[in-house]
Design a protein around this ligand. Structure first.
Ligand code: SF4
Ligand code: SF4
Length: 302
């Protein structure tokens, strides 16, 4: 029987997740729970219902199908998550797409069919597929099987991971991975635990091993205002990166995304705002200079 994995989204036409035009596959489930996560619907591996109130036309279809979890209250439809099994019957009934199921199980075969639809874009641009998250490496068999099919068909493969997984999961996908993006969140272990739910010992050990054996490793740091952007934080990142020797090609600083609030609303989660706007170019440039002076590999932001 084929392996399966929960996928939340297949995004086509990305220009920022590896060379050329990319198809990015977002998996559901992650061992970390970063408090700034801009894809909160990917945190849990379980299927769940997303509700977009702005698309609801209060037709009452979902109430008829499942009155225990849907109520019309005044001008609003209220969705009660407690006890919902995410069976999807309400989403099937919904005429506007206000309700949808997030995290349908896919197989490598059907995912590959989706990926290969963009073959001509890959051929023209040197692009390919990027497996992302959540944490795609919670599903190493699935990613390895899909990536192997891609490679056999000449499609470039990239994996983006926070590396909070057993080393065996990483090893499983390496033979089929052309490029590896590894996220670094916070250098200080205790602070890492406070903001992501786990310390970074396993991540750093995996990163060290990966840097020794994979020739195309790129680092990514999401810069979160007031969390990991002090001089001390940058010095901590630089020390980690220097410890990798020539193992990492470069490091990309990712701007904070202040637009994730609606995703928390749609998935019924509590939102924490770390800043009302993204960082200015000047702020990013000063962090870039600080880091590149200390870590001695190319450092950039977009
Ligand atoms: S997903 Fe199923 S259980 Fe949940 S609200 Fe919809 S119909 Fe009810
Ligand atoms: S079926 Fe859809 S549009 Fe109708 S009330 Fe429910 S969520 Fe709103």
């Amino acid at each position: 029987m084929s392996v399966s994995a929960p996928v939340t989204n297949i995004s086509r036409g990305s220009l920022h997740d590896g060379p050329g035009v990319r198809t990015v596959v977002y998996f559901k489930g992650c061992g970390l729970h970063c408090r700034w996560c801009h894809n909160p619907e990917t945190l849990s591996p379980k299927k769940e219902i997303l509700y977009l109130p702005n698309k609801c036309m209060h037709c009452g279809g979902c109430v008829d199908v499942c009155p225990d979890h849907h109520k019309i209250s005044g001008n609003d439809m209220v969705y009660l998550r407690d006890g919902c099994t995410a069976c999807g019957a309400c989403a099937e009934e919904c005429p506007t797409g206000a309700l949808s199921v997030c995290g349908e199980l896919r197989t490598p075969e059907d995912l590959f069919e989706e990926i290969r639809k963009d073959l001509h874009y890959y051929a023209q641009s040197g692009g390919g597929v990027t497996f992302s998250g959540g944490e795609c490496l919670l599903y190493p068999e699935f990613v390895a099987e899909t990536a192997e099919k891609c490679r056999k068909n000449g499609i470039h493969t990239a994996v983006e991971s926070a590396l909070y997984v057993p080393w065996q999961n990483i090893e499983r996908v390496l033979p089929f991975t052309d490029l590896f993006f590894a996220d670094l969140k916070i250098a200080d272990p205790e602070k890492h635990r406070r903001y992501t739910g786990q310390d970074n010992a396993r991540i750093l050990e995996n990163l060290r091993k990966l840097s020794e054996i994979h020739g195309n490793l790129h680092l990514r740091i999401p810069v979160i205002p007031g969390v990991n952007d002090s001089e001390e934080d940058i010095a901590g990142f630089a020390e980690i990166i220097r410890g990798l020797g020539k193992g990492a090609k470069d490091v990309e600083l990712l701007r904070y995304n202040p637009l994730a609030e609606s995703k928390y609303l749609f998935s019924g989660r509590k939102y924490t705002n770390f800043a009302d706007s993204t960082q200015t170019g000047a702020a990013m440039e000063s962090l870039r200079l600080l880091l590149s002076e200390r870590c001695r590999i190319p450092c950039f932001y977009i």
